[in-house]
Each structure stands twice: as structure tokens, then as C-alpha cells.
Design a protein around this ligand. Structure first.
Ligand SMILES: *[C@@H]1O[C@H](CO)[C@@H](O)[C@H](O)[C@H]1NC(C)=O
Ligand SMILES: *[C@@H]1O[C@H](CO)[C@@H](O)[C@H](O)[C@H]1NC(C)=O
Ligand SMILES: *[C@@H]1O[C@H](CO)[C@@H](O)[C@H](O)[C@H]1NC(C)=O
Length: 456
């Protein structure tokens, strides 16, 4: 972790940097604060040596926590909540658009204190030397929480190349011991990044590094290769998982594991893959081999598909032939999954029946796995090319959305957005577990891709 003691930061924020245990220093007067400022350096140095004993204290405090045993009590959740409590930011107010909460949060996230803070690779390399402590301190949930979740494991691929802290926070958010994870780090990524990632993965028996590394070039077949390698790995590592979800390192879940499990159960095998045929760029498809009996379909790169679907992708001759052709086509990653999912004559479980009919009725077939704001949709911050970089002002929309994950975030530009999404996710996990709320799957059960799925 970096400690930035710049001249333009206010006294309090410097003090707060000295650590969470000094969080309430803001209640002292400015004069006292300035005096205390003289001791900041001493404090910081003291804290560094204190850090380890502090951590072991925390480790003891939390060894009775969520990471042990099956029954997780309200007290354990209360203790763990401390990890997600953000000083001076009213996350609940942000989600419900409470007057003043956005202005307050924005001034916070623009402050040097927030912007300068970051966990770097060396932090993770050091912390993961002691896996038990790492899991506890970072608040990993080391139990499946419910039988329901235990019996419905998920498989994730994470295709990442930078920003270790964001990736680790994403992993923490989706981590459960019954799931499996495959992480692909681009060949072009920095060595430190790869090493830190490997070290984090080594702390969890169900997090695997991709067995081969690829240099991914946008718009080329190499975009698909990490996914295929990870799918193979995930199939090999566990025969239990029910659905596959692929993530990049710049997204964050809007639904808890429990919610995903209940929603995906209500899918009854349906796959959620975007499909666009009428408006697809058909120039890409003119060279399709005549013996390849599929209608090419375009779709977003984010998919949620069942296990049989993944098996088909990896092992069926039609899929192989499709992949061979796609090696010669632009942006093949937008075509492979979407084509397989919208050609029901292939007989793939959960694929979509009647895309052409649907496109005659509505502009686009709906899909739910991603919240992503393209041009034309609201965006509180800036866009890169046409995609919105989601920030604090977008939180109410993400909160109201039925989507599974939101894409995309730059943690170094807005730490409040991710911090509040984490708090919300934690609260939802807690409240579902303690029976304070329930998952309502009606919206999903009635969705067009569940009703029009191929049943096998
Ligand atoms: C989460 O729960 C805590 C109470 O434990 C509450 O203070 C906080 O506002 C909640 N946050 C959100 C985002 O709902
Ligand atoms: C929000 O607060 C501002 C002042 O901070 C006030 O002018 C405005 O009327 C308030 N709006 C609502 C809806 O309460
Ligand atoms: C998800 O997997 C599909 C199919 O392999 C691929 O086209 C896409 O690029 C992947 N998306 C992400 C976000 O990695």
C-alpha cells in the first residue's frame, strides 16, 4: 500500500491514512490535529510495525467468523460488515438517490486521499504468504452458506491483464468454495501482475491459473482462445458445476451468489446469450463454408451458459468447424457463442428457439447477464469509445437493474462506486442468509429466452 503524504492534503486525511484504527481522529479539533500532524510520521512508522500484530489480532477476532463452520450468525455478519463500512459515504443514500449523498460522495472520491490509495502487486505478494490470514483479513466467504448454493456450483473464467486490486476485489465478490475459477493473464501483462495473480490463486484450492497463456489481440480469434482454454480447464477440474460465466477484470457483480443460484435454477437450463441477426454486420459472414449449416448470429461477448453448452463448444464437430471458419472472420468472439445459441437445429440444451420470429416482433431479443451502457443509454461519467465507464452517479440505475454484472469500471477513477457495490452485495448476502429478504425470480422465469429455450 502506498502512503502519500502530500502537502495539499488536509490534515485529517493524512491521519486517516495511518489506518482504520485512527478513523475517528476526525472528531478532534483542528489545532490538535495539526499538533498530531507532527507525529504522523512517527505514527506511520509505528503502524507499520503495528500492522502485523494488528492483523494477527484481527485474524484472531475473525477466526470465529464466516470462514469457519456451517452456521453463520448475525454477529459474524456484523463483525464482517466492518470491512465494507465506508467512512463518510452514505452508500444506501446513493442507491436510493437521497438528496445530497451524491455531491458528498463525489467530493470524497475526487479527494487526493481516495484517488491516491491503491493496493499494488507487492501488497498481494506479501499478504498471500499467509493464506489463512489473507482469506480472513480480506473477508473471503469460505463456506457455501446454504445447501442450495452448495448443490449448484458455478464456473467462472476471468480474462484479465491489469489492475490487480480490482481483479482481487472482483474475485472476492464472486468467491465461494464450491465454485471453480480459471484466471487467464494476458502474455503482455506485467510480470508483477502475473506473479501477484498466481500468488492469490495459490491461496484457494478452487482458483486455477490458465494452463496456457495467450497474447490477446482485439478483433482476432485470440480473443476466444483464453475462454476455450479456461473452459477446458474448468470442465476438467470439476464435474459438478452447472453454469459457466465469463468475466473480464473490469466488471462487478450486482447479484449475490445466492441470487445467481436461484435465478439460474429458474432458467431451467436456458442460456443467456445476446443474439442479433437482422442488424448484424453481414459482411463478416459472406465466406461461410457451404457445408456449415448454421445461420451466423452476432452477440455480446458476455455469456451465461449451461455445462452441456460448454461441452458442445469444446467437443462437437460442428463447433470445431465453426471455429475453423471464425479464424478467418473479423471479431469472431461476437459470433461463436451467439451462433451456437441461436441455431436450435444443433440440439444444444437451453439454446434459443425462434430468433427470426422474435426479431419481427421487437427490435432486439432481451438478455440479462450484463449491465452495460452503450451510447444512447444514461451515463454519469465519461465514455471510452461508446461504452460508459460506470461511476458513483450510475449506482441507482445499477441498483434497480435485473442484470447480473455491471461493465465496466476503472477503480482508480472512482473507488466509491465499487466500494458501495461491495457494501450492497455484502448486505444482500447477509440479509438473504438471515432470512430478511427473498430472491424474486419471476422476472427471469418469464423472460423470453427461458420460455423459448430448447428443452432436452
Ligand atoms: C448495509 O447495512 C448497514 C447496516 O448493517 C447499513 O448501515 C448500510 O447503510 C447498508 N448499506 C447499503 C448499501 O444498503
Ligand atoms: C435537495 O437539497 C437542496 C439543498 O441542499 C434543496 O435546494 C433541494 O430542494 C432539495 N431537494 C429535494 C428534493 O429535497
Ligand atoms: C466470453 O466467452 C465468449 C465465448 O468464448 C467470448 O466470445 C467472449 O470474448 C468472452 N467474454 C469475455 C468478457 O471474456
Amino acid at each position: 500500500m502506498t502512503l502519500q503524504i502530500g502537502s495539499n492534503e488536509d490534515c485529517f486525511s493524512v491521519l486517516r491514512f495511518a489506518g482504520p484504527s485512527f478513523a475517528d481522529m476526525r472528531t478532534i479539533s483542528l489545532r490538535k490535529c495539526l499538533i498530531a500532524g507532527c507525529f504522523v510520521l512517527v505514527l506511520v512508522i509505528f503502524r507499520m510495525s503495528l500492522l502485523d500484530s494488528l492483523n494477527s489480532w484481527r485474524a484472531i477476532a475473525m477466526s470465529m467468523d464466516i470462514s469457519k463452520g456451517d452456521s453463520v450468525s448475525r454477529e459474524m455478519f456484523e463483525q464482517m460488515y466492518q470491512l465494507y463500512d465506508i467512512r463518510d459515504v452514505d452508500c444506501a443514500g446513493l442507491f436510493s438517490q437521497k438528496n445530497g449523498s451524491l455531491d458528498n460522495a463525489l467530493s470524497k472520491s475526487k479527494s487526493a486521499e481516495w484517488k491516491g490509495f491503491r493496493f499494488h502487486e507487492d501488497f498481494y505478494l506479501k499478504k498471500t504468504k499467509h493464506c489463512g490470514n489473507f482469506q480472513r483479513e480480506r473477508g473471503y466467504i469460505m463456506t457455501s452458506l446454504t445447501k442450495l448454493e452448495d448443490e449448484f456450483p458455478l464456473a467462472y473464467s476471468l480474462v484479465v491483464f491489469k489492475d490487480i486490486e480490482m481483479v482481487e476485489r472482483l474475485l472476492r465478490a464472486v468467491y465461494r468454495p464450491q465454485n471453480v475459477y480459471c484466471i487467464h493473464v494476458d502474455v503482455k501483462a506485467k510480470t508483477e501482475f502475473f506473479e501477484a495473480m498466481t500468488s492469490i490463486a495459490s491461496c484457494f484450492p478452487n482458483v486455477y491459473m490458465s494452463p496456457t497463456r495467450i497474447s490477446v489481440v482485439w478483433g482476432k480469434f485470440s480473443v476466444l482462445e483464453p475462454e476455450l482454454v479456461c473452459m477446458e480447464e474448468l470442465m476438467k477440474r470439476s464435474s459438478r458445476w452447472k453454469y459457466f460465466i465469463n468475466l473480464t477484470g473490469q466488471e462487478f457483480p450486482l447479484k449475490t451468489n445466492r441470487e445467481l443460484v436461484e435465478i439460474l435454477t429458474s432458467f431451467k437450463g436456458a442460456n443467456d446469450v445476446e443474439g442479433v441477426r437482422r442488424e448484424a454486420n453481414k459482411v463478416r459472414f459472406i465466406n461461410k463454408p457451404s457445408d456449415l449449416d448454421v445461420v451466423p448470429t452476432k452477440g455480446a461477448v458476455h455469456v451465461v451458459v449451461n455445462r452441456e453448452f460448454v461441452d458442445y463448444v469444446l467437443h462437437d464437430p460442428v463447433s470445431k468447424k465453426l471455429q475453423d471458419w471464425l479464424r478467418t472472420v473479423d471479431v469472431p468472439d461476437e459470433t461463436l457463442f451467439s451462433t451456437l445459441n441461436h441455431n436450435p437445429q444443433l440440439g444444444i440444451r437451453g439454446s434459443f428457439i425462434g430468433l427470426d420470429d422474435v426479431e419481427r416482433m421487437m427490435p432486439r431479443k432481451p438478455w440479462v447477464n450484463r449491465y452495460k451502457s452503450w451510447l444512447g443509454a444514461p451515463c454519469a461519467g465519461r465514455r471510452i469509445r461508446t461504452v460508459c465507464i460506470l461511476s458513483t452517479g450510475d449506482l441507482p440505475r445499477m441498483h434497480a437493474s435485473p442484470n447480473f454484472f455491471a461493465n465496466k469500471f476503472y477503480l482508480h477513477e472512482d473507488r466509491v462506486a465499487i466500494g458501495c457495490l461491495e457494501q450492497r452485495l455484502f448486505n444482500n448476502t447477509r440479509d438473504l442468509h438471515l432470512g430478511r429478504t427473498r430472491v424474486n425470480t419471476a422476472f427471469y422465469e418469464e423472460s423470453i429466452f427461458v420460455r423459448n429455450r430448447l428443452i432436452k
